[in-house]
Design a binder for this molecule. Structure first.
Ligand code: NAD
Ligand code: UDP
Length: 319
């Protein structure tokens, strides 16, 4: 990464801010974070602003994307990502996945840069194949409440593949599975901040459905390491990045209770429509082609995440 110039779209978000930090740590010459803060937070890049080569621009990537000078990597992470966020921002989610992604691809084409599309395990929908391999085409309801996100990401993959085939853009596609860590928003509705927040406040855990649905949680540092390996590789075609350690949501509530040393009992709420019943990445491609696998144990990742949320709660601004 030494001497390289990167543009990180969605750079003030949870994953984007960790990626910017890692690129700077690895010696990138410049890192430009572009973000309209629709679900992100400028506080996520506060510690990066004084660092040489880092710049933040508040801009909506659906309204065009101009960058001065050479660019080696265009890394597209811009999109609402939590089910509550994309339910509240359905049109914005579809527009950033479609128009925003095309603007990002055009920038990569113009600059002859490597383009990374941050796709998602949600392209597999409520999967009928388990664990999920990259060659599984998915089971997505095209008009359900999650479709604004799932179909936007499927379109993002399609247009990325089209720019690769017809215009020669150097495309990488990562399908990210549930990732957690510091800088998630406490109120983004995802299960990790929800349960950690509840544990810290001594509230009951809000388990949706009967809690038997499964997820596999990857710590953000591991994810970012996978992203960096992918953009530095010449691997074509989608690559799953996630932690194969699968557990039920009920087991996850127990893991958070244990790690936080607090929280009361589990209270059951209705399961949201089209909530996937099971999810576990098959990471054979990432292992064999990138030499990547997750290293951080859930217990350690949860400890750091809880410490972050405690620190945020203690800040006067609460952000
Ligand atoms: P996030 O909401 O924290 O970050 C997304 C960022 O994109 C935000 O800062 C938001 O303000 C920005 N953004 C949205 N629309 C924009 C626009 N039109 N112009 C400019 N900026 C815009 O979410 P995250 O968890 O950090 O997710 C980052 C990316 O990774 C997303 O594309 C998401 O779909 C993907 N992903 C994340 C996960 C996960 O578990 N965190 C899983 C799968 C995929
Ligand atoms: N979930 C839950 N309680 C919450 C938030 C989420 O039981 O307060 C469940 C949700 O129904 C899903 C799982 O946890 O089965 C993961 O949800 P999240 O929103 O974090 O991610 P995604 O559904 O996109 O995997």
């Amino acid at each position: 990464m030494r001497g390289k110039r990167a543009v990180v779209l969605g750079g003030a978000g949870f994953v984007g801010s960790h990626l910017c930090e890692r690129l700077l740590d690895d010696g990138a010459e410049s890192v430009l974070a572009v973000d309209n803060l629709i679900t992100g937070n400028e506080a996520n890049v506060r510690t990066l602003k004084p660092r040489a080569g880092f710049q933040f621009v508040n801009q909506d990537i659906t309204e065009g994307l101009e960058v001065d000078g050479p660019v080696d990597f265009v890394l597209n992470l811009a999109s609402p990502a939590s089910p509550i966020d994309y339910a509240n921002l359905p049109i914005e989610t579809l527009r950033v996945g479609s128009i925003g992604t095309e603007n990002a691809l055009k920038l990569a084409e113009k600059k002859k840069a490597v383009f990374l599309m941050a796709s998602t395990s949600e392209v597999y929908g409520d999967p009928l194949v388990h664990p999920q391999k990259e060659d599984y085409w998915g089971n997505v309801n095209p008009i359900g409440p999650r479709s604004v996100y799932d179909e936007a990401k499927r379109y993002s993959e399609a247009i990325s593949a089209a720019y690769e085939r017809s215009r020669g853009v150097n495309v990488r596609i990562v399908r990210i599975f549930n990732t957690y860590g510091p800088r998630m928003r406490l109120n983004d509705g995802r299960v990790v901040p929800a349960f950690v927040g509840q544990a810290l406040k001594g509230e009951d855990f809000s388990v949706f459905g009967d809690g038997s649905q499964t997820r596999s949680f990857c710590y953000v540092k591991d994810l970012v390491d996978g992203l960096v390996r992918l953009v530095l590789s010449d691997v074509r075609g989608p690559v799953n990045i996630g932690n194969p350690r699968e557990m039920t949501i009920k087991q996850f509530a127990e893991a958070v209770r244990e790690a936080a040393g607090g929280g009361r009992q589990i209270v059951y709420h209705p399961l949201p429509k089209d909530d996937p019943k099971q999810r576990q990445p098959d990471i054979t491609r990432a292992r064999t082609l990138l030499g990547w696998e997750p290293k951080v144990k859930l217990e350690d990742g949860l400890r750091d995440t809880i410490a972050y949320f405690r620190e945020v709660a203690a800040r006067p601004s609460g952000t």
